[in-house]
Design a protein around this ligand. Structure first.
Ligand SMILES: [Zn+2]
Length: 485
């Protein structure tokens, strides 16, 4: 029998608000010392009162607006009660039946698939347990306790591991574009949980749902879901039942493993948070936030295609890194005052070098584009020099490295190091004749029809001109000179 997989996601994202969700403690994910960003509120001392963090509420509203959710006029807070050592209050303040955002959708880029959003709400993060297995105890760090956490729940609209990771990647990009979260999966700032079930193809009835946790990378999400689809299909093929359970992804084994069996759904005894009144969300505020959304990833993709005629893969590299996309546009604006027919050639040349050599330098140095020494103006000038043939592409790469290291403009580097392309035919001819005189054997071999000899001679002329001459010109000149012999 053929099965269809039905997948819904619960995604948590830590918001990068300056302070925590309900107190004035600093929210600093980079803090290495335990229990320094804590206070009586986030450690659950009796008699303390929470205060709502506006920045967090505004952040979630922005996410909702970007995903076309309906923003609730009134939202409220609820206690989700459970005990765990990393939860000092014995409950988590969350939102149960009245989330900030209801509905909405996210389009998976390039696939035409629209995934519906059920809700987006705010809650507080827990602390963190650090286990010292070898000495038999665990310690708790409350720096993270009370940090603003957004939870997004999708409708069960996804069907594969590939779609799941593509959805999560696009969400990550949107959160970054909005500036509400760094959403770094390695740092636990974006956490994915999937609910997955199988049903016979065409059937309307849902199968038994399995929850998958520990999906701490896009790759893990993709592989875990594909594995789980296969595992459940095999069980069903053999007439076995799927058990409602929570499974984790074991990266080293490449399989999902049982964590616990869910006999009944959790009873968290949610009840309205008595210390916080419902929150009215002002229409004016929503309109104001809408105006701050900026260009979202998909709009940028569409615009880059239309405005610059880039390829899909170039667009993806640029759009996935907003700063790189910004650098590209700055370079393009520096290419101004060019004739229209030349402009497209220069844009193509620029984007090729940006997603190629330039990105290579950035990655090699793990550098932030804000800190580098190459300005968009100098980069545009450098591209112009290549286009005019003032330097060979070989020399150009060296010049770019020099620009990277020194911040000097390319013209200056070329003058200082005498790297300008040898276009002077006399100079080139002299170098060529010298090479031919010194290599009579290669000349003789070429006359016998050995094509390799020609490339050898080209190499010699290139070396004599220190890579400054255009190889195509050398080939032409050599051929016509050799034909005379
Ligand atoms: Zn605090």
């Amino acid at each position: 029998m053929k099965y269809e997989s039905v997948i819904g996601l619960e995604i948590h994202a830590e918001l990068k608000t300056k302070t925590k969700m309900f107190c004035a403690c600093k929210n600093d994910p980079g803090e290495r010392h335990p229990n320094v960003n804590i206070c009586p509120i986030c450690t659950g001392q009796p008699g303390t009162l929470p205060v709502i963090n506006k920045e967090a509420v505004n952040g979630v509203i922005k996410v909702g607006l970007a995903l076309e959710s309906k923003i609730s006029e009134i939202t409220k807070w609820d206690r989700k009660n459970y005990f765990y050592p990393d939860l000092p209050k014995g409950y988590q303040i969350s939102q149960y039946d009245n989330p900030i955002c209801v509905g909405g959708a996210l389009n998976i880029p390039g696939s035409g698939k629209k995934v519906k959003i059920r809700r987006i709400h705010l809650e507080e993060d827990t602390g963190r347990l650090i286990h010292f297995g070898h000495v038999g105890h665990s310690l708790v760090d409350f720096n993270r306790a009370g940090v603003s956490l957004m939870e997004l729940v999708t409708e069960p609209d996804l069907n594969s591991g590939e779609e799941t990771s593509a959805f999560a990647e696009e969400l990550q990009l949107i959160l970054r574009y909005l500036g509400v979260s760094d959403a770094d999966m390695e740092k636990g700032q974006l956490r994915i949980e999937a609910n997955l079930s199988l049903k016979p193809l065409g059937s309307k009835e849902f199968g038994t749902k399995v929850e998958i946790k520990n999906l701490n990378s896009f790759k893990a999400a993709r592989n875990a879901i594909d594995y789980e689809i296969k595992r459940q299909a095999e069980l069903l093929e053999h007439g076995k039942k799927i058990i409602q359970e929570t499974r984790g992804w074991d990266e080293s084994k490449g399989e999902t493993v049982l964590q616990r069996i869910k006999e009944e759904s959790h009873d968290y005894r949610y009840f309205p948070e008595p210390d916080l009144p419902p929150l009215k969300i002002d229409f004016g505020l929503v309109e104001k936030l809408k105006a701050t959304l900026g260009e979202l990833p998909q709009d940028k993709r569409d615009r880059f295609k239309k405005q610059y005629g880039l390829t899909d893969s170039q667009i993806n590299i640029l759009v996935n890194d907003e700063k790189l996309a910004g650098f590209f546009e700055n370079v393009v604006s520096e290419l101004a005052s060019l004739e229209e027919n030349e402009k497209q050639t220069l844009i193509n040349l620029s984007v090729n070098y940006i997603v190629g050599d330039f990105l290579g330098l950035l990655n090699e140095a793990s550098a932030d584009i804000d800190d580098i020494r190459i300005s968009a103006e100098d980069f545009a000038e450098w591209v112009g020099l290549i286009h005019k043939g003032a330097i060979t592409t070989r020399v150009a790469k060296g010049v770019l490295k020099e620009m990277w290291a020194t911040g000097k403009d390319p013209d200056l580097i070329i003058k200082e190091k005498d790297l300008g392309q040898v276009n002077n035919e006399e100079e080139l001819n002299a170098a060529m004749l010298d090479v031919l005189n010194k290599n009579p054997e290669a000349v003789a071999d070429y006359k016998k029809g050995k094509q390799n000899s020609l490339m050898f001679l080209v190499g010699q002329v290139m070396a004599a001109t220190r890579g400054k001459a255009d190889p195509q010109t050398i080939i032409q000149l050599l051929k016509s000179e050799l034909d005379k012999k």
